[in-house]
Design a protein. Structure first.
Length: 61
């Protein structure tokens, strides 16, 4: 459910980034992804091939 996922992301943004709720809601998904992505070392980040393999393994999403 969207509201559950949004609440988890808002909590994550607050805990990791120190964002207040209004900062979270003003951010675009691309901005949030960029900031969180910068926190993940490149060798840990998923590649397009990794995602394609997971989609094949779990086709129902």
């Amino acid at each position: 459910m969207f509201s559950d996922a949004a609440a988890r992301l808002a909590g994550l943004a607050g805990a990791l980034l120190g964002w207040r709720p209004e900062e979270f809601w003003k951010a675009t998904p691309a901005e949030l992804a960029a900031v969180l992505g910068a926190m993940i070392p490149e060798e840990v980040a998923a590649t397009a091939d990794d995602l394609a393999r997971l989609r094949e393994m779990f086709p129902d999403g």
